[in-house]
Design a binder for this molecule. Structure first.
Ligand SMILES: *Cc1c(COP(=O)(O)O)cnc(C)c1O
Length: 375
């Protein structure tokens, strides 16, 4: 055996023993909430397509029309020839939605975060990161070479203490946090962080990947509002909404925008159409949170703050078993294990969608109470 394969096999055995191995399961999504996997039809509580817009007729029609007009791929980076006319339309719409001077669309949320952060801070600068921030914010933080300091989850006083100890010794400073935390479903204290940032000549960036369309953000004082087109908007791609100057800087300095091919026209057109659907039906975006709150009330859990509800079981094996038991009952609820979440906090992560029927949520709560929580 080659040393490369020996390495891969040894590593896999180690991951398997810790019950942290992940494998790809072929899944065909039929609509927003029903999927077929392994020959079975399952009701999914694991999709981030909260409003089922990925399958919305107008969204699909817009994507098809964009392919007919501009082709399947963009052909080059946005700075070369990939900047097809749909980009300007989407960026204008996003800036208007978020109340900023400008917007810049990236290839994905991951590419946005790994491009934005290093374009703003570097060696000698200070970067404060919430300990539960999404993996791609950490990736951006490492790429930036700034001094990275972690603050306790949603703990503004801790962030303040770090700033008072560290701010003076650094050049530029930036706080980054999720708006809606992707694995916990809770919401960052953006207003308090904004006050803290302002008082310390520090910039504030929020990642609204799980908020846009479904959880309103109090973004007053948030300098950099990043997010994704791939969750509630049902398409693909990432974005930053900020001042004109910051957006201009991104267009000339963000490496993930410069050195990666522009999004396919279909993805951009689909996102525009999704924004149209949302604008025409303001009640739609409130439904996933209402569904999540219905579920947390049924189980006497803390009231949901977003469509995401975690059921923390702790142990990897127990979480995999719980997920399998739910699958036997017809529910798809993926087990989330370290390193996606901290050690000892393996969990079931439920994502509620507008299309989940109340009776299905009630059945899920009954199964959860009887088979998982044993209450
Ligand atoms: C999903 C997610 C991302 C990545 O967005 P993609 O468009 O899927 O690459 C970034 N941040 C958070 C908080 C996310 O949940």
């Amino acid at each position: 055996m080659s040393s490369l394969d020996a390495y891969a096999n040894a590593k896999l055995a180690q991951i398997e023993a810790a019950k942290r191995r992940r494998v790809l399961a072929q899944t065909a999504r039929e609509d927003g909430v029903w999927v077929s996997r392994g020959g079975r039809r399952l009701l999914s509580f694991s999709c981030n397509d909260y409003l089922s817009l990925a399958q919305h007729a107008a969204v699909k029609a817009a994507a098809i029309a964009a392919i007919d007009r501009y082709g399947a791929g963009a052909g080059a980076s946005r700075l070369v020839t990939g900047n097809h006319p749909l980009y300007a339309e989407l960026e204008t719409r996003l800036a208007r939605l978020k109340g900023t001077e400008g917007a810049c669309v990236f290839g994905s949320g991951y590419l946005a975060n790994t491009g934005i952060v290093p374009a703003l801070v570097g060696e000698g600068d200070l970067l404060l990161v919430d300990e539960l921030a999404h993996s791609c914010l950490w990736a951006g933080a490492r790429l930036s070479r700034a001094d990275v300091v972690t603050f306790r989850h949603n703990d503004v006083a801790h962030a303040a203490a770090i700033l008072s100890a560290e701010r003076g010794r650094h050049g530029r400073a930036l706080i980054v946090t999720d708006h809606v935390f992707s694995m916990d479903g809770d919401v960052a204290p953006l207003a308090e962080l904004a006050v803290l940032a302002r008082a310390n000549d520090t910039w504030l960036m929020s990642d609204d990947a799980h908020g846009i369309g479904v959880v309103a953000a109090d973004a007053h004082g948030v300098d950099l509002q990043m997010g994704t087109l791939s969750k509630a908007l049902g398409s693909y791609g990432g974005y930053l909404c900020a001042s004109r100057a910051v957006i201009d800087l991104m267009e000339t300095r963000a490496r993930t925008l410069i050195y990666s091919t522009a999004l396919p026209p279909a993805s951009v057109a689909a996102a525009i159409a999704a924004l149209d659907v949302l604008a025409a039906d303001p009640g739609l975006g409130r439904k996933p949170l209402e569904k999540a709150q219905r579920f947390t009330r049924l189980l006497n859990l803390p009231l949901a703050q977003s469509p995401i509800v975690p059921i923390v079981l702790g142990d990897e094996g127990a979480t995999l078993e719980a997920s399998a038991r739910l699958e036997a009952e017809g529910f798809l609820v993926t087990a989330i294990r370290p390193p996606t979440v901290p050690a000892g906090t393996a969990r079931l992560r439920l994502a509620f969608a507008a299309a989940h029927l109340d009776e299905e949520i009630e059945r899920l709560a009954r199964v959860m109470r009887k088979n998982i929580l044993q209450i």
